[in-house]
Design a binder for this molecule. Structure first.
Ligand code: ACO
Length: 356
């Protein structure tokens, strides 16, 4: 069984924050942000808007384009690192769109999440028993950045994008090749520790969330004599999220080195060379990263899709959001070959060559 991409959709919050708006809160300027990142504005959730609202809206649009009824969806994959519930938000999306016959779960892989979701969808379809898979990339990093840190808060925005992948009995293939990689050793360069907590018996080395990247750790256990008491368990006030931490330069260096390698591997699997790719559509992190990857692969600027000027880095949403805009504007046409790659926290990086 082959697979085809038959629909896409996207949704962004209504609130627009420009670089000039940001320069009122932190010591920065439109000129600095544009020249270093290519970002001019971003959308962020406000009021009652939620990540689920965006995911639901983008899903509805993708299903409509695909002409697939919610009841025909077999699997909902919500690729997000910012769910509203630690148990995941995929089921909430599933219920809201009325995909009553589907199984739903989250995929957490930061900015690589959408490509991993796409490959997972295709694997489920190829394995048999799944006909229509909805892959949603949605993130709301505005909720987790430190808005006093000019090194990170200027980069991120919120959004959602979705695609419908359908089984193709004629064997046609929407996913021509892919390459997936992880390196936890580099995880320290980009992290969002979930738990911070108190020390227990003067030690904060063990327990849930402990160790490097765990944000201090909450130790639960017994004292030296083997006694256990309420003081050994964290209280709700001990549990809270830290903000996103990033070594921008290291992440930049990692991306410009690793992404071209992953794309070359995926192209090789697809039996294609850069000259045969219609569009390069990367995770929208930084215009200089996009330019560098395109230059390394000798893909000319006019074949690079970029919309980060309007949305910033929307993490798992950035690829399907840019894909949806390019499809609806007529840039990407049926049959076009798109080389895509996500990269970011984990570290993770994932490339895929898709036929629209
Ligand atoms: N405005 C003005 N000045 C600033 C700002 C700002 N917003 N931010 C940093 N600076 C200053 C710094 O303080 C520094 O000043 P100094 O030289 O006096 O010390 C100077 O500008 C240079 O700082 P760098 O951090 O070296 O700037 P760089 O050119 O590396 O750009 C950036 C920083 C834009 C963050 C870049 O490193 C980058 O884009 N990295 C990749 C980040 C990324 O894509 N991360 C997401 C991955 S996706 C995911 O999984 C979430």
């Amino acid at each position: 069984v082959g697979s085809r991409l038959i629909g896409c959709g996207s949704a962004v919050p209504s609130c627009v924050i420009s670089n000039d708006d940001l320069s009122v809160v932190v010591d920065t300027s439109d000129e600095w942000i544009m020249s270093r990142t290519g970002i001019r504005r971003r959308r962020i959730l406000s009021g009652d808007e939620s990540l689920t609202d965006l995911a639901v809206e983008s899903s509805r649009r993708a299903l409509e384009m695909a002409n697939v009824a919610p009841s025909e969806v077999d699997l909902v994959l919500l690729c997000t690192s910012t769910p509203e519930d630690m148990f995941g938000s995929a089921c909430k999306v599933q219920a809201a769109i009325g995909a009553t016959n589907s199984i739903a779960f989250d995929i957490t892989a930061a900015c690589s999440g959408f490509v991993l979701g796409l490959v997972t969808a295709t694997r489920f379809i190829r394995g048999g028993g799944y006909k229509n898979v909805l892959v949603v990339g949605a993130d709301a990093l505005s909720r987790y950045v430190d808005w006093t840190d000019r090194g990170t808060c200027i980069l991120f925005g919120d959004g959602s994008g979705a695609v419908v992948v359908q089984a193709a009995e004629d064997g046609s293939d929407g996913l021509l090749g892919f390459d997936l990689r992880s390196d936890g050793n580099g995880g320290r360069h980009l992290k969002l520790p979930i738990l911070t907590g108190r020390c227990v018996n003067g030690s904060n080395t063990g327990g849930v969330g402990g160790g490097e990247g765990g944000g201090g750790g909450i130790a639960v256990g017994k004292d030296q004599e083997g006694h256990i008491g309420s003081e050994f368990f964290p209280s709700p006030s001990d549990l809270h999220c830290k903000t996103l931490e990033m070594n921008g330069r290291d992440v930049f260096r990692f991306a410009v080195r690793a992404v071209p390698e992953a794309l070359e591997a995926a192209m090789e699997e697809a039996g294609l060379t850069p000259g045969l790719i219609d569009w390069l559509l990367l995770h929208q992190a930084n215009q200089r990263i996009l330019d560098s990857v395109a230059a390394t692969l000798r893909i000319p600027q006019e074949r690079v899709i970029s919309n980060l000027i309007d949305y910033g880095n929307t993490s798992a949403a950035s690829i399907p959001l840019a894909l949806d805009e390019a499809v609806r504007s007529g840039q990407i046409k049926p049959g076009h070959v798109v080389a895509t790659a996500g990269f970011g926290a984990g570290l993770t990086w994932a490339s895929a060559i898709i036929r629209w």
